[in-house]
Design a protein around this ligand. Structure first.
Ligand SMILES: N[C@@H](CCC(=O)N[C@@H](CS)C(=O)NCC(=O)O)C(=O)O
Length: 207
């Protein structure tokens, strides 16, 4: 398998899942800042010019959630990350849509607004921070019954959220750090060897 990726949260979701399943693959770094995602070779894999993209023989999958479900369906015979039980499997899908439709885009736009040089657009920052606060409240509510992971047991639902929230924790963003169950959840997931390995991919950037 070939994973086209970059050191960003969406890429890390795929490398964590590959590591959790102990699968062999080649990680190919896509230098996004140089615009490599707009080159014809990359667009022929993903017309949406975004990483991650997984090539498995002649099957090409893009969208991080689809990649995680693909890996789960094809390679997770034990149900390590994709539950076998239909009800839990559907909940995994539900939380994955929640992540790609809510947490990812809102945090992404917030990051862009915060990194912008010069005069900050405070209206944008307030808007996206407010939405992130709300979304974190949803996750905190799910975890507040004492469950260790979003579905109860570790799954793709945790992998989908972790790399984004890892940044929020690292940056000390208050809408994250003020959520005790979420903070404990992130520490728990950070301890997993496969998560630590997946977060380091791609290890080397081409010059
Ligand atoms: N919904 C997509 C989002 C992927 C995404 O936004 N990837 C970013 C890096 S984290 C990217 O490749 N951006 C390049 C671009 O938009 O041109 C997924 O979950 O895979």
């Amino acid at each position: 398998m070939i994973l086209h990726t970059a050191p960003t949260p969406n890429g890390q979701k795929a490398s964590i899942a590959l590591a959790e399943l102990g699968l062999d693959y080649e990680a190919r770094y896509v230098p996004l800042l140089k615009g490599a995602q707009f080159e014809e070779a990359f667009l022929s894999l993903n017309p949406n010019h975004k990483i991650p993209v997984l090539e498995d023989g002649d099957q090409v999958i893009w969208e991080s959630g689809a990649i995680l479900f693909y890996l789960g369906e094809k390679y997770d015979t034990e149900g390590c990350i994709l539950p076998k039980e239909p009800r839990l499997r559907m909940e995994a899908l539900q939380l994955s849509f929640f992540q790609t439709g809510g947490v990812g885009p809102n945090f992404g736009r917030l990051g862009e607004a915060l990194q912008k040089e010069g005069a900050k657009n405070t209206e944008m920052i307030e808007k996206f921070e407010g939405e992130m606060e709300r979304l974190m409240g949803v996750l905190e509510r799910i975890l507040s019954d004492g469950r260790p992971y979003l579905l109860g047991t570790y799954s793709v639902a945790d992998i989908m959220h972790y790399p984004w929230l890892f940044i929020a924790q690292k940056e000390g963003l208050t809408w994250f750090t003020k959520k005790p169950s979420l903070m404990a959840w992130i520490d728990r997931i950070s301890e997993r060897p496969a998560v630590q390995a997946g977060m380091k991919v791609p290890s080397k950037k081409p010059q």
